[in-house]
Design a protein around this ligand. Structure first.
Ligand code: PBG
Length: 326
């Protein structure tokens, strides 16, 4: 055979590592932590094997466990002791996230990110203030502008508690600008914002909604999260967040949206994060449990693919498991 090009030459041991284009390391990973104010013992999350909701008293231990694997950053989600119409426990000084973050930032060297949203705190489970008749009328939805002030208060309360970074996830128009302004005013100009910039209305969030108890009590999130059919729109969404001061741009979910991760990487010069969501985690676990897939190999390949598509950071429930191998 007269073959000049033989790509297989570079696939041999000894050289394959040298020419590898993508690296995955523990310092790319952010591990989600669920802190639950309604319990005083750890509770396993059934649809996310290996993950638990931990009481406030164990938040520090939980973060130490993660740090022992080499993962240095966590994103904290809270399950509050009570919910109400506007989600007021989201910005309470003694709220679950504020209390946990205060302890974690005092006792550990972890980089602490907080999820800024209202869905875990509102009785109706939506990510903001809802229109008065929304319960009865499915065409009604979250009111955008009144929600902004609540998100801003929540972000400031997280910064006060010691959060290193805030991550607004409600898909409210103008949320990044409102939060930036409030943080600056409260003298937290150094606290960066990782925006859930292109967040889709995805069925892959199912297990998370069990974990964080944040499923909408009626309707869905299609009026505020992005339509999975749209790719160009993601550029517009992300552009708006960049103009409002987003420091890190997140795409969510990750695996079914690698085209969007790649687009955001191409169009913007900011760090890109991708959220390998609960459903992406659960499906590999379910298949592995049946003996159909090798969990560690598929998880590693999935995370590598997310980096190859252009993500700098990955939020993932696999963080601890994979970090051990890196
Ligand atoms: C809060 C929020 C959600 C997730 C992260 N932040 C739920 C949602 O939008 O319904 C999902 C994360 C996951 O599925 O792992 N708005």
């Amino acid at each position: 055979m007269d073959l000049t090009e033989r790509p297989r030459r570079l696939r041999r041991d000894g050289i394959r590592g040298l020419v590898s284009e993508t690296d995955l390391s523990a310092s790319d990973l952010i591990a989600p932590v669920f802190v639950d104010a309604t319990t005083d013992e750890r509770r396993p999350i059934e649809s996310m094997p290996g993950h638990e909701r931990v009481p406030i008293d164990e938040a520090v231990d939980r973060v130490e466990e993660i740090r022992e694997t080499g993962v240095e950053a966590v994103i904290v989600f809270g399950i509050p002791e009570s919910k109400d119409e506007t989600g007021s426990r989201a910005w309470a000084t003694e709220g679950v996230v504020q209390e946990a973050v205060r302890r974690i930032s005092t006792a550990t060297d972890a980089y602490v990110i907080t999820d800024v949203c209202l869905c875990e705190y509102t009785e109706h489970g939506h990510c903001g203030v809802i229109e008065p008749d929304a319960r009865a009328d499915p065409t009604l939805t979250v009111e955008n502008d009144p929600t902004l002030e609540l998100l801003a208060k929540t972000a400031v309360s997280h910064a006060e508690a010691g959060a290193d970074m805030v991550a607004p996830s409600s898909m409210t128009d103008g949320m990044v600008g409102a939060i930036r302004e409030a943080l600056d005013e409260a003298e937290y100009a150094d606290v960066p914002i990782m925006s859930y910039a292109a967040k889709y209305e995805s069925a892959f969030y199912g297990p998370f909604r069990d974990a964080a108890d944040g499923a909408p009590a009626f309707g869905d999130r299609r009026h505020y999260q992005m339509d999975p059919a749209n790719r160009r729109e993601a550029i517009r969404e992300v552009e708006l967040d960049v103009r409002q001061g987003a420091d890190v741009l997140m795409v969510k979910p990750a695996l079914p949206y690698l085209d969007v991760v790649s687009d955001v990487r191409e169009h913007f010069d900011r760090p890109v994060a991708a959220y390998n969501v609960s459903g992406e985690y659960a499906m590999l676990h379910a298949a592995a449990e049946k003996g159909w897939l090798d969990l560690e190999e598929t998880a590693y390949e999935a995370l590598l693919s997310i980096k190859r598509a252009g993500a700098d950071l990955i939020l993932t429930y696999f963080a601890e498991d994979i970090a051990d191998r890196l």
